[in-house]
Write a protein that binds this ligand. Structure first.
Ligand code: GDP
Length: 296
């Protein structure tokens, strides 16, 4: 099974899925940024940390129990790097960036980080090229990280686009695996900022049409479980609802898993409790989805 992932909802699910099925993951890299000389891939790191069970499961980014000595010391020395990067987390960024500086690919660097964390599933970036989610707001254009982390998602959003996406290529290894894959799961990730970039790399979207595709809605009722998905879906002209999520994936989706609260809201959907507060919740939801694939 191939899983498409962002950095919060789907990584939560992967903690359960790893107990019940084999899978590989293609991860959004359109939120990547260079900070203090190192490349941060927030979604790749969250996927790896979640599977390795070291993720800070209160914030859903960074490493549980991490310290912030370097970040704080930099501030004392007069440099605020903006993002609050933990010391252990920074080691991941240094390992990745040193490999990139030595001429290795992001696919190779991702494999190295995953292996170092004992993750046996294959994790791939959606592409090697740099793509950045750009939010067009009433205060001008800004990188998604600036909009979400520095400005706390407050500016009014007019549009979202992925700078550099025309030059992005699906990594060869991903193409090869995708050709043989029959089942694709889109976790409960932000459809606009996490999944749309992956679908927009070359003809990735078209490549899903002959597969069995199930998605889990990150929207319950008229609200995202967390984060700015609602605001961004609205800006892109989609309804903020499970139906709106299905619309984003309409050309290849077979079945949408919606929350009990949205039971019967649309055809080709099944309802269950999709809120994951504990690992047990994630295992239960993962088992539910695996059974759905068996019945498709
Ligand atoms: P990001 O890269 O940090 O934005 O992470 P994702 O795109 O992977 O995940 C963000 C989305 O996950 C948000 O739209 C949330 O609504 C959704 N989400 C977070 N936790 C849960 C959960 O427990 N259940 C469901 N159904 N969605 C969730």
């Amino acid at each position: 099974m191939l899983v498409l992932s962002g950095g919060t909802g789907t990584p939560k699910l992967l903690q359960g899925l790893k107990e019940v099925a084999d899978f590989w993951v293609v991860v959004n890299t359109a939120e990547d940024v260079w900070v203090s000389g190192n490349k941060i891939c927030p979604d790749i790191d969250s996927v790896i940390y979640a599977i390795a069970e070291v993720i800070d499961d209160e914030k859903w980014w960074g490493i549980k129990g991490d310290t912030f000595y370097t970040h704080e010391r930099l501030k004392e020395l007069g440099f605020d790097e903006g993002m609050r990067i933990g010391d252990l987390d920074r080691a991941t960024h240094i390992l990745r960036s040193e490999m990139l500086r030595a001429g290795k690919s992001l696919c190779e660097a991702t494999k190295a980080v995953a292996e170092a964390y004992g993750v046996r599933q294959e994790i791939f970036p959606m592409c090697e090229e740099e793509v950045s989610t750009t939010v067009v707001t009433d205060e001008g254009e800004m990188h998604f990280q600036e909009f979400w982390v520095l400005r706390r998602g407050e500016p009014e959003v007019k549009d979202v686009y992925f700078r550099g996406i025309e030059k992005a290529r699906i990594p060869d290894e991903v193409k090869e695996r995708l050709r043989k894959e029959k089942e694709v799961l889109i976790g409960p990730s932000n459809p606009i900022t996490s999944i749309m970039p992956i679908l927009s790399v070359e003809d990735f979207r078209e490549r899903l049409r002959d597969k069995r595709v199930i998605a889990i809605s990150p929207i319950v009722g008229e609200k995202a479980v967390s984060g700015p998905a609602g605001k961004l879906m609205r800006a892109k002209g989609y309804e903020v609802s499970a139906r709106g999520v299905a619309d984003v994936y309409s050309d290849f989706l077979d079945l949408l898993v919606v929350d009990e609260a949205d039971k019967g809201v649309m055809e080709r959907s099944v309802a269950t409790n999709t809120i994951m507060k504990t690992k047990e919740d994630a295992v239960r939801l993962a088992e539910f989805v695996v059974k759905l694939f068996d019945g498709l």
